[in-house]
Design a protein around this ligand. Structure first.
Ligand SMILES: C[S@@+](CC[C@H](N)C(=O)[O-])C[C@H]1O[C@@H](n2cnc3c(N)ncnc32)[C@H](O)[C@@H]1O
Length: 152
């Protein structure tokens, strides 16, 4: 088993917050609890708008990737703020399943894809902005992930 497949196996069995929460993963209560904790712990109570991609010219749609989306906190926050052309990717199927439920729960959309941050399938310069929070220190080859983020 490679180190990457061990990482994948770990997150497949333990999607973010599923170990801490008493609520069913993918339920409204689970998402609300996770969101409240995230906002409280990382943003002192309120989403910090400086994390949004810098605005483009009027009418220009941005293509944004949330890489290593986990259970979809960032994807949903971006989508709820009207970011068009939003994509979310993760190494694991379970993260994508839960992110899909999160988006449906809040009535927003993004394209979801299973991807390895160390070897992304996208063409170079596909995105205007890549959001990648709490991910690269989990992948075995951090420098490969950084190069891939810069490439796409
Ligand atoms: C700590 S969670 C962070 C989730 C989310 N970004 C957030 O801030 O809530 C780490 C996530 O990174 C994903 N991940 C780890 N290595 C990855 C890789 N090489 N490619 C894509 N996703 C990866 C895991 O599957 C997991 O969902």
């Amino acid at each position: 088993m490679t180190l990457l497949s061990k990482v994948q196996d770990f997150w497949e069995r333990n999607p973010l917050w599923t170990g801490e929460s008493a609520f069913e993963p993918g339920s409204l209560a689970f998402f609300e609890e996770h969101r409240n904790i995230y906002l409280k712990d990382c943003f002192a109570g309120q989403f910090d708008l400086r994390f949004l991609p810098p605005p483009r010219k009027e009418g220009q749609k941005m293509r944004v990737l949330d890489l290593g989306c986990g259970v979809g906190f960032w994807t949903a926050e971006f989508a709820m703020r009207g970011l068009g052309n939003l994509e979310a990717a993760d190494l694991t199927e379970n993260a994508l399943k839960i992110t899909g439920k999160r988006l449906a729960t809040y009535g927003v959309k993004a394209i979801l894809a299973q991807e390895n941050a160390e070897k992304l399938s996208y063409e170079k310069e596909t995105f205007d902005h890549v959001n990648c929070q709490g991910v690269i220190h989990h992948t075995p080859e951090t420098s490969k992930a950084i190069s891939e983020i810069a490439r796409v």
